[in-house]
Design a protein around this ligand. Structure first.
Ligand SMILES: [Zn+2]
Length: 320
């Protein structure tokens, strides 16, 4: 089969519903009409033109506003949008292994991107029991936190431990076949979570803390622990995540700034343990991407087949 791209982190429904972007448009058309200061990078046609075979698509609800009822409502609206796109034939939702295998047969013919659903932050779940109905509708990946601390664990911007409720959620994830995404998790929760959880582990969107020293990124110790579990790291080509000194309004960084994170991560995880998790349009736009990367099709210049998609696909096939 011809290789395809796998992008392990895209906030598609958030962009459509919370930012009001029509992601069914060609990228040029969205760029012409989008009122936000950040130039958009992603639409469904831009994924299709780039041969993105699989993307991990988030259910993401900002935790610093609203409360449980609002979060649950927003999460269900996002889930319904993904289902509506599926109904229109714009994407295929990969809920079960048979969906993934059928997608691998069909994608070379029809080029329809496959989406695996990822809950970014467990704060919209009132109880661990709320996971089962989401799993039925296709949820296969979960990060315990977004930036902030919640009832389950501490986050990168608001440290805190893994709680008893967090442990119960990890147990439910293991039972239901929902993988653990370590992104955004506070260090003090990360290592206990790895110990408690026996299922598949990854980090959908994080870089090397050794090169960008902030709690948002993974320490070498965490990368080693991820490697021991056969996990994959999704690297983020976003200038502020490549160099802690980069600020909004500065020149775009050279591509080398991204490639040094790739080299660092591959030295720890091996070349089979690193892939893409672009997080594009997840709170920043074209102005914040490294030079040479303006949309998904440009990613093809970056590396080998494994890094671009094969590593994530092998990881998925190992447990999905
Ligand atoms: Zn994120």
């Amino acid at each position: 089969m011809d290789p395809f791209l796998v992008d392990a982190h895209l906030d598609l429904a958030y962009n459509a519903l919370d930012l009001g972007r029509d992601l069914t448009l060609p990228l040029e058309a969205l760029r012409q009409r989008d009122p936000h200061p950040d130039t958009p990078v992603v639409t469904l046609p831009s994924l299709r033109e780039a041969r993105v075979g699989i993307a991990f698509a988030t259910l993401f609800v900002e935790s610093r506003a609203g409360g449980l009822a609002a979060w649950e409502e927003a999460l269900h609206a996002q889930l319904s949008l993904y289902e509506a796109w599926e109904g229109m034939g714009l994407v295929r939702l990969l809920r079960e292994r048979e969906d993934l295998l059928a997608h691998l047969e069909r994608f070379p013919q029809d080029g329809t991107p496959g989406l695996v659903l990822l809950l970014e932050g467990a704060h919209p779940l009132p109880e661990p029991e709320a996971l089962a109905p989401l799993r039925k509708r296709g949820l296969r990946l979960l990060s315990l936190t977004w930036a902030t601390k919640n009832a389950y664990a501490g986050g990168n911007a608001e440290p805190g431990p893994l709680t008893a409720k967090g442990l119960a959620l990890l147990k439910a994830m293991e039972d239901l076949g929902v993988a653990l995404d370590l992104s955004h998790l506070a260090d003090e929760a990360l290592f206990p979570a790895l110990e408690a959880y026996g299922g598949p582990v990854c980090a959908t969107h994080a870089n090397a803390r050794a090169l960008t020293p902030t709690p948002r990124h993974l320490s070498d110790e965490a990368l080693k622990a991820l490697a021991q579990r056969g996990g994959v790291l999704g690297l983020v080509p976003f200038s502020a995540f490549l160099d802690a000194g980069w600020k909004r309004g500065m020149e775009r960084l050279p591509l080398a700034a991204f490639l040094r994170h790739k080299a660092h991560a591959e030295a720890i995880l091996g070349p089979r343990g690193v892939g893409l998790g672009t997080d594009w349009d997840g709170g920043f736009g074209l102005e914040a991407l490294p030079q040479g990367l303006d949309r998904h099709r440009d990613l093809w210049a970056l590396g080998d087949e494994g890094f671009l998609g094969g590593n994530w696909l092998s990881w998925l096939l190992s447990w999905f």
